[in-house]
Ligand binder design. Structure first.
Ligand SMILES: [Zn+2]
Length: 110
């Protein structure tokens, strides 16, 4: 990593912008849709099984934890990826009006 943190951040932002640009380009090319999730969406704090939001899990060093409500063992990154997928599905379902009750608990897509 570069010593100049501002330059390093600028370069990583530029790389991220290029990845987003490529995703948009490729998705249009293939007829797919992309949904942007809010930057502050608490994807790693919400249990993907029961929807409980655990605000004690803000420390990034905590990689695995147990949901205090449903006692499910959660891997931080995998749990966050599931929540991001559910949030994207919610946006899609709102857009196509398939699902009208978007306040249901997450994880009920079986
Ligand atoms: Zn839970």
């Amino acid at each position: 990593m570069l010593k100049n943190h501002k330059l390093a951040k600028s370069l990583s932002d530029a790389s991220l912008q290029e990845i987003i640009r490529q995703l948009i380009y490729k998705s249009k090319w293939k007829g797919k849709k992309i949904y942007k999730i809010d930057t502050y969406y608490p994807s790693s704090q919400i249990c993907s099984k029961c929807g409980y939001k655990n605000e004690k899990i803000k420390n990034l060093n905590i990689r695995h934890y147990e949901c205090p409500k449903c006692h499910n063992e959660l891997d931080r990154d995998y749990n966050a990826s599931e929540n991001i997928m559910f949030e994207g599905l919610k946006q899609y379902m709102k857009e196509v009006k398939i699902w009208t009750n978007c306040n249901s608990k997450q994880g009920n897509y079986e």
